[in-house]
Design a protein around this ligand. Structure first.
Ligand SMILES: [Zn+2]
Length: 306
């Protein structure tokens, strides 16, 4: 504010005014997120969600555990901030991760995608990948390129950590939206699906990779190579492959075995538990029925609260 008052040039004054306005809006947003986080603690599912999020914080050594909250959609925010190139970025590291409060826990794998937005905020992967391509030669600019690479990276990293349950959640959550074209800041669904399938290949989960690709083939007529950032595919998958492996090689067969006894003795291993729940609701006789979804979600809550 002081600089606005002392600046002689109207354009410099306008710039400082814009910075003040942006900073205030950002602070207001963070304040409203903390209020939602405060209210979320009284939700009976919060403890389970907190265990779910902090499990990955410990595994992947993120400096500070994200504060989970029940919001209106899946998103993340915090000190990495979307204005990271501006000088008012806060020094203190903190994150919030929101899940869609109307979703059952079966969909919480999508929160891991948000977790990786926080994780990537402390790393150089996006800059490095985008710098490998000469900017200005493509049809999209650097900012949009970075955003698309980040989205695809979060999908790839979440699939690496959770395994097939992540693409299951993605495909079911966005099923109704597939015919609608994506926002310019997101890569095509076809590209994102291929990223997940390639990560599953890397985990040697070929059956799941084939299922994911089959859905892509049935739903979309475009090819993943049509995406403007298709040149980044190998590098995106390579970043994911450097993460430790948490998904067992026999997760598919193990999850299949667990379907029948899910209510009685659910698996404690998270990737197996989540995949078994998806297999359960897709099994003959259930096929996505609301009662099957709530049974599977109760099992997930019970394990996470345990
Ligand atoms: Zn995202």
């Amino acid at each position: 504010m002081e600089r606005i008052e002392t600046s002689k040039s109207p354009s410099v004054r306008r710039s400082y005014l814009w910075l003040c306005d942006t900073a205030l809006q950002w602070l207001l947003l963070q304040y409203s997120l903390f209020r939602i986080a405060e209210a979320s603690v009284s939700d009976r599912r919060w403890t389970a969600l907190n265990h779910f999020v902090s499990f990955y914080t410990k595994k992947l050594s993120l400096g500070v555990a994200p504060l989970p909250l029940f919001g209106y959609s899946y998103f993340s925010s915090g000190s990495f901030s979307y204005y990271k190139r501006l000088s008012f970025r806060l020094e203190k590291e903190y994150y919030v991760v929101s899940v869609d409060k109307s979703d059952p826990p079966l969909f919480w794998s999508l929160a891991v995608h948000e977790f990786f937005h926080c994780w990537l905020g402390m790393r150089e992967d996006i800059d490095r990948i985008c710098s490998s391509q000469s900017i200005g030669t493509g049809r999209i600019d650097r900012t949009i390129t970075e955003r698309r690479v980040e989205e695809a990276l979060c999908d790839a990293l979440a699939t690496r950590i959770i395994g097939p349950a992540y693409p299951h959640s993605y495909l079911h959550k966005l099923w109704a939206q597939f015919p609608v074209s994506v926002d310019v800041t997101y890569p095509t669904h076809r590209f994102r699906i291929e990223c997940m399938a390639k990560v599953l290949d890397g985990l040697k989960l070929f059956e799941s990779a084939k299922n994911v690709r089959d859905i892509g083939d049935a739903k979309f007529s475009d090819s993943w190579q049509d995406e403007e950032i298709s040149w980044a595919m190998n590098e995106i998958v390579a970043v994911a492959s450097k993460l430790p492996r948490f998904v067992k090689e026999d997760v598919e067969s193990e999850a299949k075995k667990e379907i029948k006894s899910l209510d009685v003795s659910p698996p404690k291993d998270l990737p197996t538990l989540l995949l078994a729940c998806w297999m359960f609701i897709e099994s003959p006789g259930h096929e996505g029925a609301p009662s099957a979804v709530s049974r599977a979600s109760d099992v997930i809550l019970k394990v996470l609260e345990g």
